[in-house]
Design a protein around this ligand. Structure first.
Ligand SMILES: [Zn+2]
Length: 89
């Protein structure tokens, strides 16, 4: 008996959040990057969260370094790469 490739198998390709890069099953953004209505949060909200996250990963780095690394990372994200704050870094 040969195994058939079901449609479900084909549909389960993983994508990643266009704001933070986290793997998600569907849609464009993960739960962390959206508000209650499902809309993408503001740049300032996401930037503050990502700076805090980066600071925990690299406690020895200066605030300047952390913010720079965060902007560099956001420059790789489709949701933010054209944002003025990212372009001006
Ligand atoms: Zn996200």
């Amino acid at each position: 008996m040969t195994q058939k490739l079901t449609e479900e198998t084909v549909m389960t390709t993983t994508s990643s959040c266009e704001s933070c890069g986290m793997p998600i099953e569907s849609g464009r953004y993960c739960d962390y990057c959206t508000d209650d209505s499902g809309a993408l949060q503001s740049f300032d909200d996401r930037f503050a969260r990502m700076v805090a996250w980066q600071a925990r990963r690299d406690p020895a780095a200066s605030k300047q370094d952390i913010e720079r690394q965060t902007l560099d990372y956001m420059a790789t994200m489709p949701a933010w790469r054209d944002h003025p704050r990212v372009l001006a870094r």
